[in-house]
Write a protein that binds this ligand. Structure first.
Ligand SMILES: O=C1O[C@H](COP(=O)(O)O)[C@@H](O)[C@H](O)[C@H]1O
Length: 249
């Protein structure tokens, strides 16, 4: 599988970053719908990811997207009851998803602890893997996969040194996350890398070191964002503070 070398785009501040990523999403998803009939996006939780969805909700251009022909997936989820404010799904619904005419059958949240598998995170992860594989057994080739990045360079819920990093399956159950809550569900590296485009989003000085390491050849076991690459394109979309340690080359 090909892996596109990262390109870096820097915006002056977090608000401009969110608006610019929202505009990019409109263009990419409408292009995908024109080319293939439908589009797919993988959402991230976290500060910038949610700001991007809010910016998209505010944008008049949002209705260039045919919402009924968009598949929405998540890159990771905090394994909590549905509606919990800490769930990535809850933030995404509040910011955008409940305000646009999506086809509910094409919105694919990761399971919650009050779902059919209860608090069995392994079964919940296997359920999401089966949903991703669908009837043809193939994981979708996502058009755009959004990732936040933590100060420790984690992406999705793949944390440095965590056992889930080495999972070569489709969806992994994460235990002992250093960031609460400890139990999570995440797409694995092979699935992140199957996306056409991977966009890593970061704002603020607290992300600068993680971004710098991820673009300087760090081992993905130590800086997971260094291993997040799209097949056609990898973009690091940053504000100026988060870009402070991007290597010159
Ligand atoms: O816990 C998580 O954190 C990361 C980064 O979030 P941020 O608020 O520091 O930007 C996020 O990408 C991930 O989806 C989420 O579960």
């Amino acid at each position: 599988m090909t892996a596109a070398a990262p390109e870096v785009v820097v915006h002056p501040g977090a608000d401009v970053l969110a608006a610019a990523v929202a505009a990019r999403l409109v263009a990419s998803l409408t292009d995908a719908q024109a080319a293939r009939g439908s589009a797919s996006v993988v959402l991230t939780g976290g500060g910038v990811g949610t700001s991007v969805l809010a910016a998209l909700e505010r944008s008049p251009a949002r209705d260039a997207i045919d919402w009924g022909r968009l598949d929405v997936w998540w890159g990771d989820e905090r394994f909590l009851p549905s509606g919990d404010p800490e769930r990535n799904e809850t933030g995404a619904r509040e910011a955008l998803l409940d305000r646009v005419p999506l086809d509910p059958a094409r919105v694919h949240p990761m399971p919650a602890t009050d779902g059919p598998d209860g608090d069995d995170v392994d079964k919940a992860a296997a359920r999401y893997a089966a949903e991703l594989r669908g009837s043809d057994g193939l994981v979708p080739s996502f058009d755009v996969l959004l990732l936040g990045i933590g100060p420790d360079a984690h992406v999705a819920s793949l944390f440095p040194g965590n056992a889930a990093l080495g999972d070569e399956g489709v969806v992994t159950a994460v235990r002992d996350s250093p960031k609460p809550p400890p139990t999570r569900i995440s797409l694995t590296f092979p699935v992140l890398r199957a996306a056409r485009e991977v966009w890593v989003l970061a704002a603020g000085a607290g992300k600068a070191e993680a971004v710098g390491r991820s673009l300087s050849g760090a081992d993905p076991a130590e800086a997971p964002a260094a291993g997040a690459r799209g097949r056609h394109r990898t973009l690091f979309l940053l504000d100026a503070a988060a870009a402070a340690e991007v290597p010159r080359s």
